[in-house]
Ligand binder design. Structure first.
Ligand code: PLP
Length: 404
């Protein structure tokens, strides 16, 4: 930009928008690979599987049939009906198609929900470490983020005392994410009862990010929307990205009371107009067609979770509690950092990438440190092949243990 040109200033909110640094690491990995470096990536959280063939075929057929025009903002009726049926069956609640909004991914519901439900200055309780977009959007819209710390001692589940002090009459919205990114922690039915009680007592909305609902390793998936009196005040967000290996298709949905559904569809009219028509045809096939591939993905992630944890725990200076869902391991690397003369997980991630050829994400990619948090963590996405997991963790072991 020429120095002589004077441009008007930006909106104040522009500087408050955060980001998802996983995408920066992905760009760095691609840059290093383009230079010929051999990099193993545990960075980005997306399945390494191909989208199942029947789903791809449905999208191709939709294009051949001329499904290339605008669709209704809230989604095509047949897809909304299929989603209503799926969510009713998996959460044990009654869902009508007019309670469903289809969007380009689950992610838009973070913005739609906060914009629809929370005024400037009101508080939003969200998991930390957690998906960074929650805090980013809360700040962007001028609301106040209140972290709900997830701690290793508690298997990264819910610390009820801490949560009870975070949720107050100032809280407008509680964001939940179970199974959790980045920790793999899962909320138990008892946790959900406890949180529901808080939400009812303090009259809060709940945004339940359930994008890993298909990936629970022990026992079934439980949603807060299934807890008595909670469905009306809960927005469920779920997606095709992780369960059907469709991250790039951009297809997700929200389920909520019909009035909220109308308001969120109106945001979509203002921003995107609609979700891509032929992608929605693929979504109908995903939900109504054979489920064997999706089940195979879930079983495979479970096996990889066991392998990843076992290999990480064999490294001196690394300790990893087993995740209960999703496809992430979140090991404690405090002793490994110390061994290497480092003080922070970011330095370890940097060293692993440039000196050992392995990409991981430091804890700081998932929010700032909670009060009193002293340990260092990194996240590994094990949505990659068993051979890659063995080779990548082998590199980490050699790198960490070479230091004395
Ligand atoms: N929520 C969580 C917790 C995630 O980890 C992700 C993706 O990584 C998303 C939402 C976004 O999912 P989608 O691809 O459906 O927008």
């Amino acid at each position: 930009m020429k120095a002589s040109i004077q441009l008007p200033g930006l909106a104040h909110r522009a500087s408050r928008l955060g980001t998802e640094t996983a995408f920066d690491t992905l760009a760095e990995v691609n840059r290093l690979r383009a230079q010929g470096k051999d990099i193993i990536s545990f960075g980005i959280g997306e399945p390494d599987f191909e989208t199942p063939e029947n789903i791809v075929a449905a999208a191709k057929a939709a294009l051949d049939d001329g499904l290339t025009r605008y669709a209704p903002s809230n989604g095509v009726p047949e897809l909304r009906a299929a989603i209503a049926k799926e969510v009713a069956a998996t959460r044990g609640i009654a869902v009508e198609p007019d309670q469903v909004v289809v969007a380009p991914g689950a992610k838009p519901f973070i913005l739609y929900s906060i914009a629809t439900l929370v005024n400037e200055g009101e508080e939003v309780v969200y998991p930390n470490p957690g998906f960074p977009i929650y805090e980013s959007v809360v700040r962007w819209l001028g609301a106040k983020p209140v972290p709900m710390p997830l701690v290793e001692d508690n298997d990264f589940g819910c610390d009820r005392d801490v949560l009870a002090s975070a949720v107050t009459d100032r809280t407008k919205l509680i964001i939940l994410n179970s199974p959790n990114n980045p920790t793999g922690g899962v909320l138990s039915p008892e946790d959900l009862e406890f949180i529901a009680d808080l939400a009812l007592r303090h009259n809060c909305w709940v945004l339940s990010d359930e994008v890993y609902s298909h990936l629970v390793f022990d026992g079934g998936f439980a949603s807060i929307a299934s807890v008595r009196d909670m469905q009306e005040r809960t927005i469920i967000m779920d997606s095709f990205s992780k369960s059907y290996a469709m991250t790039g298709w951009r297809l997700g949905y929200g389920v909520m009371n019909a009035e909220l559904a109308r308001l969120m569809a109106r945001i979509e009219t203002n921003v995107e107009s609609c979700t891509c028509s032929f992608t929605q045809a693929a979504g109908i096939e995903a939900l109504t067609g054979p489920q064997d591939e999706s089940r195979r993905f879930a079983a495979e992630f479970r096996r990889r979770a066991d392998l990843t944890v076992e290999l990480l725990n064999e490294i001196e200076g690394i300790r990893c509690v087993p995740p209960h869902g999703a496809f992430y391991a979140f090991p404690n690397v405090t002793a490994a950092c110390r061994r290497l003369g480092l003080t922070r997980a970011e330095q370890l991630a940097e060293g692993l990438l440039h000196e050992a050829g392995v990409a991981v994400l430091a804890r700081s990619c998932f929010g700032s440190r909670n009060n009193g948090e002293t340990q260092e963590y990194v996240r590994l996405s094990f949505a990659t092949s068993e051979d890659t997991i063995r080779e990548g963790i082998g590199r980490i072991k050699r790198y960490v243990e070479a230091a004395r």
